[in-house]
Unconditional design. Structure first.
Length: 204
């Protein structure tokens, strides 16, 4: 059985949502761990196999997978029948991988730097881009009225790319179609399930 290590209100929340979207609740064991928090609360958990004591982390037998992009790709490739990730050879495989990579390599560092107040440094902007570029990409993507990043169907990419706006809704692009997508993903039953799972644990 697979084991997903998680902590409430963390990057693992979107992986919990993915487990639910893929209907893997009976195939993925959930293991709660504590993690250090930005506010100074929490602490590393000795039972957490992640080398940096962060979440999420996924164990498949003796195989450890860390980082949200890798876990999303691992699960969607392992269970293609769930339909949350286009398979190799599918026409949407390229866009799917692109959005996963764009999230990890651009969106997350850009928004973290923005919150930290260092996003306008010229070296950072030249390397990662900035909030205006990310917003423009999203606005352009949803300009045709599609409900999800890849078209008519939700994918794991939506869960990753949308996730910063769950924590920082005021940072969402000022665009009706993008905001409708953010709300559409947030309103899925998977996130109600995540809330139920996480409610069983006190904040670290």
């Amino acid at each position: 059985m697979l084991t997903l290590y998680f902590s409430p209100k963390s990057r693992a929340s979107r992986m919990l949502a993915l487990v639910h979207e893929m209907d893997l609740q009976d195939r993925v064991r959930l293991e709660h761990v504590t993690i250090p928090r930005v506010d100074g609360t929490g602490q590393p958990d000795s039972t957490n196999p992640h080398p940096d004591h962060k979440v999420p982390a996924l164990l498949d037998g003796d195989t450890l997978i860390t980082e949200s992009l890798a876990i999303a790709l691992y699960l969607t490739d392992m269970f293609p029948e769930a339909g949350l990730g286009p398979v190799v050879g599918a026409s949407l495989r390229g866009p799917y991988l692109t959005w996963l990579g764009y999230y990890a390599g651009v969106i997350e560092p850009v928004y973290n730097a923005h919150v930290a107040g260092v996003g306008d440094h010229p070296v950072f902007r030249a390397t990662f881009r900035g909030v205006p570029e990310v917003e423009a990409r999203l606005i352009d993507t949803f300009a045709d009225g599609r409900p999800y990043l890849l078209g008519d169907t939700l994918s794991a990419a939506d869960l990753l790319v949308q996730s910063p706006f769950m924590s920082f809704p005021d940072g969402a692009p000022d665009d009706a179609k993008v905001k409708a997508w953010i709300d559409r993903v947030a309103a899925r039953p998977s996130y109600a399930w995540v809330d139920e799972v996480e409610a069983a644990y006190e904040p670290d």
